[in-house]
Design a binder for this molecule. Structure first.
Ligand code: NAP
Length: 297
């Protein structure tokens, strides 16, 4: 199987290197800017192509590792080549293989193959890809071939349905991008206590990392600590009194979810008063009862 990449960015570099290191034949790269394709080919010791159709001819499978917004236009260009019997894959988490409209008429087979992983470095991320969980969705006919390839690399793999892709991607966003938003909230709150932003970022790092490690290794219930788990009503009241606006809203909504987790962890304990406080909290703020206004943070 010869695999060609369209799009020499973070995922193209990383997946190509990951595959060549595992004895998969990577035919090479085509990209918007030939320089990117050349650099990727040097990195992976493969070829680069100046014309898309040449990459297609040299490949049994074509991976579209372009931004999500470019997948459709690259697919439209690909359709001009003879695709009979070829595999066309993209790596988007949110799009399904349905983006390859009319693929049945071309004789090709379409897949979305997504690493549940933050690929943030063209030159380094491939070293970590063996830890990634991959999801695969697409044409039933050869889907096991892709499943076998990635399980053969040692990755955990799950086949999912096209209908579930958007929800699946929303889940990935929750534990990656949204956590960044939450980290930003924490940095801003520490800045309000007089920390420099960089100092705040560093100060929160160990707390964040050790908590994330415990969470990933042992699950939500085992990792949960803090005032909600302890049913510490007065601390939560104090927090609500010094928060406002979006930060307060986020605190309330996430604490409601923490109550669910705490109840599962300690079925013998009562969390009724916490739930009541959180349910009334939006109203308390509207009535101007919280003491400090952080609405500008
Ligand atoms: N990064 C992640 O953490 C991650 C994780 C899982 C999945 N994904 C998915 O992987 C795909 C690629 O993401 P990425 O992070 O690798 O993006 P990226 O670093 O921005 O790379 C995309 C590359 O595509 C090239 N490109 C753009 N338009 C093109 C076109 N019309 N024809 C050919 N090449 C084109 C660009 O090439 P030039 O350099 O030549 O301009 C760019 O280097 C996306 O579908 C993304 O959702 C990303």
């Amino acid at each position: 199987m010869r695999i060609g990449f369209v799009g020499a960015g973070k995922v193209g570099f990383s997946l190509g290197k990951y595959m060549t290191e595992r004895e998969i034949c990577v035919s090479g790269y085509y990209s918007l800017h030939p320089d990117s394709a050349r650099l990727a080919s040097e990195f992976t010791h493969t070829r680069y192509f100046l014309h898309l159709e040449d990459l297609v001819r040299a490949s049994d499978a074509v991976f579209l590792t372009v931004p999500d917004g470019a997948v459709n236009s690259v697919w439209n260009s690909l359709k001009r080549s003879d695709l009979q019997g070829k595999f066309i894959c993209h790596c988007s988490g949110s799009l399904s293989s349905a983006i390859f409209s009319g693929i049945d008429r071309t004789g090709a087979f379409g897949y979305s193959i997504h690493p549940l992983f933050a690929v943030n470095d063209r030159l380094q991320s491939y070293k970590e890809l063996s830890h990634a969980f991959f999801t695969i969705e697409g044409s039933a006919e050869h889907i096991q071939l892709w499943e076998k390839m990635f399980t053969g690399f040692g990755n955990s793999v799950r086949i999912i349905s096209a209908e579930d892709k958007t929800l699946y991607h929303a889940s990935a966003v929750c534990v990656s991008n949204l956590v960044i938003g939450l980290y930003e909230v924490a940095v801003r709150l520490l800045s309000s206590c007089g920390f420099e932003p960089e100092e705040a970022r560093k100060a929160l790092g160990p707390l964040f990392i050790h908590n994330a490690q415990a969470l990933a290794a042992r699950g939500c219930e085992a990792a949960l600590t803090g005032p909600v788990e302890r049913a510490d009503l007065s601390t939560i009241e104090d927090h609500l009194n010094v928060l406002s606006g979006n930060e307060r809203e986020i605190y309330i909504r996430l604490s409601e979810i923490l109550v669910d987790i705490a109840k599962r962890k300690h079925p013998e304990k009562s969390y009724g008063n916490i739930s009541e406080l959180l349910a009334k909290a939006p109203e308390t703020e509207r009535n101007g009862k919280n003491e400090k206004d952080n609405s500008n943070i």
